[in-house]
Design a binder for this molecule. Sequence first.
Ligand code: GDP
Ligand code: IMO
Ligand code: MG
Length: 433
Amino acid sequence: MPGVILVGAQWGDEGKGKATDLIGGQVDYVARFNGGNNAGHTVVVGEESYALHLLPSGIVNANVTPVIGNGVVVDPEVLLEEIEGLEARGVDCSKLVISDSAHIIAPYHRVIDKVTERYAGKRKIGTTGRGIGPAYADKINRVGIRVHDLYNPEILHDKVEASLRQKNQMLVKIYNQRAIDVEETVAFLTKMGEKIRKYVDNTGLLLNKAIDRGEVVLFEGGQATMLDVDHGTYPYVTSSNPTSGGACTGTGVGPTKIARVIGVSKAYITRVGEGPFPTELDNEDGEWLRQQGHEFGVTTGRPRRCGWFDSVVNRYATQVNGLTDIVLTKLDVLTGLKTIPICVAYDVENADGTHTRYDDMPTDQDAFARATPIYEEMPGWNEDISQVHRFEDLPETTQAYVRRLEELSGCRISAIGTGPQRDHIISVHSLLD
Ligand code: GDP
Ligand code: IMO
Ligand code: MG
């Protein structure tokens, strides 16, 4: 079992932090491969709850080496704050390793993220405002700054100057902002570089050597399948590849080293930010799910949009990621419902008034935006399931609901979350053998 990838199967916040922690005790490395501090991963250990943004969830496990791969965009100021906050709570971060090839989120990326969103008005994406999109745009545009550039004063100065020459024109002339000073930016990034220097290394080599020695690496995705820049609901997506392929490009480990791909799904679904969401409940049912599930963003505090489980999304996630297992979270949240709708397909009304049924994800985003869910209803349950540890001890209607989700998703459900704590879990199949 060399490499295991763990990804979000929906629109994020599925409980990836908890699922990572679940396996964390049995792996040697946990490597983030995409995104940045737009992520908010919660790990609950006893009375302590950790909200991790940039650091891999494995950081709370003393035996794990946490790695930030080359595919991540690193805001060094946020990273240092996060390390400081964790160390103040007794979490040792000294084993952290950051890729020298990861791209940097510079202060100007944050400014651009905010002003472009404001300027977009009703066309905004609803980003987290952390500078993620602008940093990845620079990477693709080949004007990004990488971690190792921070240690080469001439190159750093040249890159910042070139980048700001163009960006300042845009900031001043289009967005009516003040120009950003080159020297100040270079001095700031140099200072940050020194502070993170002790963590920086060639993580691709490190991870490949570890796998060759027989050690286990868990690749932890930020965001989720439907937020993937290639496979998600473009343009309402993040700017990276949170799907399983991103784990290889985002760490420099080849696909032949990967043995399992785990998708994390909620027993219902949520979304933060703008964009289409067919099963969204803009009514008291949605509010009920939000309150029961405490659905408020870990990173921005925004209320999450809530809806019923969408099996079209999950079938798509199984396909795009090549899922071998699903960790189904937050099943406990549904306790108390008389019946539970599951979306099995979409109905889309065409321009000429005819209707098309989609059993698989439409690639045309206009069709997706107009999709209305076709539901089937399953009976609910009232029993408290948070103390149940064996699948067969769940109420029969709960078992039937899980089995139906499994059937519709086209992938086995190997673990079930019944609460936020570490022991609120039902293990159905081992995730690591
Ligand atoms: P992530 O971004 O995928 O790591 O997920 P978040 O941390 O943003 O959101 C998931 C939330 O659900 C966190 O508050 C978790 O503590 C909580 N959680 C995870 N699994 C379960 C579960 O099985 N039941 C309940 N009730 N809460 C859970
Ligand atoms: P985790 O890892 C949920 C959403 C934002 C916005 C879009 C683009 O905790 O599941 P960005 O700042 O990335 O450019 O915003 O993506 N988004 C997330 N939604 N969970 C996340 O991370 C998210 N990271 C980004 O709300 O709609
Ligand atoms: Mg989250």
